[in-house]
Design a protein around this ligand. Structure first.
Ligand SMILES: NC(=O)c1ccc[n+]([C@@H]2O[C@H](COP(=O)([O-])OP(=O)(O)OC[C@H]3O[C@@H](n4cnc5c(N)ncnc54)[C@H](OP(=O)(O)O)[C@@H]3O)[C@@H](O)[C@H]2O)c1
Length: 312
């Protein structure tokens, strides 16, 4: 299979490595910059998302295009992703994976700007002119375990991944300081998680399948917030201090973040309402799409406890 990956950054790195490790596919990386390795197995193509011909040329002969692009500039992200999809159509690419890789978009509310931007891309993919000509498949892994691994000494990335940069806050649990933040009602609300390396492996393995659904759901863990805290306490060998907050406190902080255009704050404070709304999990029986464990019953996902014990 001839595969292109557009925008190889934190996640793209893991997908690229797994595809190369499989030895089964040829890989082209689309980048706005210069080649970042001299691995002979990778074909690097410099592209300009404002220049359709550069994209079409880079995509000729490609069967599957996986986007792992991301940008703080939401308008630029949408523009580049629509240009990429249009180029895929022009070049005859059969399958497209949008840069989703998080919560189930059939369930989530688009509470922050980057999710609104992602929705615009999904809406474009869902127009009949696109839908009828290219298979679009979303990979949904929940939250990456790797955000719970310790930071490197320089604070630039998480130790479990050579490429994942911090999001700037701790989601529910802060393993370093043995603390947790719980908004009332979150105790039994569930969150799905997967190790970023497992996401890479699954995407690479899925390339072998003849047919793809609209969505592949995957998760190494499906934990309630309280189960997450207890698991982290076991790993750290001590009881966590739990700060309890009301949803009114969270709404107040969320408003403050919006007023000061604090992107990290907006992301942090949308977490509790989204967890309370069930958007960080999904129900195996009713979720839209196919659970990857049904497709690959032999696939072993690392557990969060095993993962954390390796790092703490
Ligand atoms: N579930 C989770 O916990 C989780 C965590 C992290 C990320 N994600 C998701 O995974 C996907 C990839 O995120 P990431 O953190 O890996 O991204 P990233 O490292 O921030 O960026 C990926 C690449 O996007 C390209 N890029 C930047 N600006 C662009 C633009 N305006 N147009 C087109 N390409 C652009 C860059 O590649 P070039 O410079 O080479 O062009 C960059 O290396 C996103 O959808 C993100 O939401 C999910």
């Amino acid at each position: 299979m001839k595969v292109a990956i557009a925008g190889v950054g934190a996640l793209g790195h893991h997908i690229l490595r797994s595809i190369l490790d499989s030895g089964k596919h040829s890989v082209t990386v689309l980048t706005r910059g210069e080649p970042r390795s001299n691995d002979p197995r990778i074909t690097w193509r410099k592209v300009n998302y404002n220049d359709q011909s550069s994209l079409i040329e880079a995509l000729r002969g490609i069967e599957t295009c996986i986007s792992t692009a991301s940008s703080f500039d939401d308008a630029a992200f949408v523009q580049s992703q629509i240009a990429l999809i249009e180029a895929c159509l022009a070049a005859g690419v059969r399958r497209f994976v949008p840069s989703e890789f998080e919560l189930d978009p059939f369930k989530r509310k688009d509470r922050v700007d980057y999710l609104i931007a992602k929705r615009k891309v999904l809406s474009f993919l869902d127009t009949s002119a696109v839908r009828d000509r290219i298979q679009c498949t979303i990979f949904t892994p929940g939250i990456f375990y790797d955000y719970y691994s310790p930071m490197t000494e320089d604070g630039k990335r998480h130790m479990s991944s050579e490429s994942l940069v911090p999001i700037g806050f701790d989601m529910v649990v802060d393993l370093k300081n043995c603390r947790a933040e719980l908004v009332e009602g979150m105790e039994d609300k569930r969150i799905r998680f997967t190790a970023v390396d497992d996401v890479g492996k699954i995407v690479a393995r899925a390339l072998e399948l003849k047919s793809w659904p609209d969505q592949f759901l995957m998760s190494g863990e499906n934990l309630s917030c309280m189960e997450l805290i207890r698991l982290c306490e076991r790993v750290r060998g001590k009881q966590f201090e739990i700060e309890r907050m009301s949803i009114a406190d969270v709404e107040c902080k969320s408003e403050e973040a919006k007023k000061s255009n604090d992107v990290v704050g907006m992301f942090k404070w949308m977490t509790a309402p989204a967890v309370l709304g069930g958007e960080y999990g999904w129900d195996d029986k009713t979720a839209h799409g196919v659970d990857i464990k049904e497709v690959f019953p032999d696939e072993k996902f690392e557990s969060l406890e095993e993962f954390l014990k390796r790092w703490w």
